[in-house]
Design a protein around this ligand. Structure first.
Ligand code: NDP
Ligand code: MG
Length: 393
């Protein structure tokens, strides 16, 4: 029986993780759940899975949940809140594994704490490795825990590597769907609406990652994530657009062999593999039909139109605090876009401006990673205020 703490339990990855647990009560038990502000769904999850500890971001939401649970006579679950609450859930004493499926850089501190507490980590939250990979990877070694990728591309690579030895990898062929705007020109992208950006052709995901997939920021983050997970340089990682998302990624070995992991686009497989590694458990669902599929097409990504991917390679090559600026600027720009305060193309423009304005810290500490995040937010806030002032003149 594996005991799990699930951070981000109310999100796309979190709910799919709980679907797997629901189907295999003999394999898994939930000991902690954490979410942002979705009190009602968390209440239902607590009623069903009876964790020892749960957390929400705000104290008022935690209080509301506590009252609701009390009314249902559920008195065995402790309710906490804030980053301390999230971290406490990540480290819940009886958990063997922490599934990190929160969105954004809020995932860093709980991951560090969970590793220090000796928990294996199933990592969906890519922002953690992108910004703090240089801190996380040595910690994983020091505390001798497993760091298992949930992201489908990284899981594909991880699956291909079983028994191979990382030193035999020549190149990673990281596949991308290209997002909903594959093939569009920059002029066409200028008028993209929030609704259009939230329609992904193959995957149903949280809002931020859906927008990130359309700008290719998601692929940029994945390039950096793969660099940390598999000790690869930017030159060893090539992005291929493969619109149907059937090949989840490929590894080219130093003898020329290429291994790929294929399957219908369904996050349940990579989530479950991270939860059961090194075992594979049966999973129901659709299977690939090659006769129906007939062909798989590949294209080079258009990094002039989708500049965010080229910027990710710049951030990766530069390293230090630059990936944090890339990530934080994008987090803020995407929320401004979702609030309809900026246009679609401005997401990448803001990202580039924030990177240009930043003075790199070579080997940032955890505190410096977090202060770089804050400084990037302030820069964007001030810059957009200046811009609004100029426009008003
Ligand atoms: P969602 O937006 O669907 O879910 C995010 C989860 O995080 C929710 O449970 C949300 O709670 C919670 N959350 C948000 N802010 C906080 C906070 N400050 N403190 C605690 N919890 C918080 O995102 P996804 O599930 O799509 O993605 C999660 C992560 O996994 C991202 O890093 C993404 O890049 C990565 N990923 C996702 C994939 C997918 O298919 N969805 C594929 C590969 C990677 P609430 O609902 O209460 O707001
Ligand atoms: Mg992915």
């Amino acid at each position: 029986m594996k005991k799990l703490a699930v951070l981000g339990s109310t999100g796309s990855i979190g709910t799919q993780t709980l679907d797997i647990v629901r189907e295999r009560p003999e394999e898994f038990q939930i000991t902690a759940l954490a979410a942002g502000s979705n009190v009602l769904l968390l209440e239902e999850q607590v009623a069903e899975f009876r964790p020892k500890l749960v957390s929400l971001t705000e104290e008022k939401d935690a209080r509301e949940l506590q009252e609701r649970l009390h009314l249902r006579n559920i008195n065995t679950t402790e309710v906490v809140y804030g980053i301390e609450g999230l971290t406490a859930c990540a480290c819940e004493e009886s958990a063997d594994m922490t599934v990190n499926a929160v969105v954004g850089m809020v995932g860093i501190l709980p991951t560090v704490a969970a590793i220090r507490a000796g928990k294996d980590i199933a990592l969906a939250n890519k922002e953690t490795l992108v910004t703090a990979g240089h801190i996380i990877m040595p910690l994983v070694k020091e505390y001798n825990v497993k760091l298992l990728p949930v992201d489908s591309e990284h899981s594909a690579v991880f699956q291909c590597l079983q028994g191979a030895g990382e030193q035999t990898v020549e190149k990673l062929l990281l596949t991308a769907s290209g997002g909903p705007f594959f093939g569009k020109t920059k002029e066409e992208l200028g008028s993209i609406t929030v609704e259009q950006a939230l329609q992904h052709p193959n995957w149903s995901m949280g809002k931020k990652i859906t927008v990130d997939s359309s700008t290719l920021v998601n692929k940029g983050l994945e390039v950096m994530e793969a660099g940390w997970l598999f000790s690869l340089t930017p030159e060893q990682i090539e992005v291929l657009v493969q619109p149907k998302s059937i090949i989840h990624s490929m590894i080219q070995f130093n003898d020329g062999a290429v291994l790929a992991q294929l399957g219908v686009p369904d996050m349940k497989l990579p989530i479950q593999y991270a939860m059961t590694y090194p075992d594979r458990l049966a999973l129901s669902g659709k299977r690939l039909d090659f006769f129906e599929l007939q062909k798989i097409e590949f294209y080079r990504p258009d990094t002039e139109t989708f500049r965010a991917l080229a910027l990710a390679y710049d951030a990766f090559r530069e390293g230090g605090s630059l990936p944090t600026v890339y990530n934080a600027a994008n987090e803020m720009a995407v929320s401004l876009f979702l609030e309809r305060k900026i246009g679609y193309l401005q997401i990448t423009e803001i990202l580039e401006r924030a990177m240009d304005a930043h003075t790199k810290i070579k080997n940032p500490t955890l505190e410096e990673v977090l202060s770089t995040e804050g400084e990037t937010y302030s820069y964007i806030r001030e810059h957009s205020r200046d811009k609004r002032r100029k426009e008003a003149v």
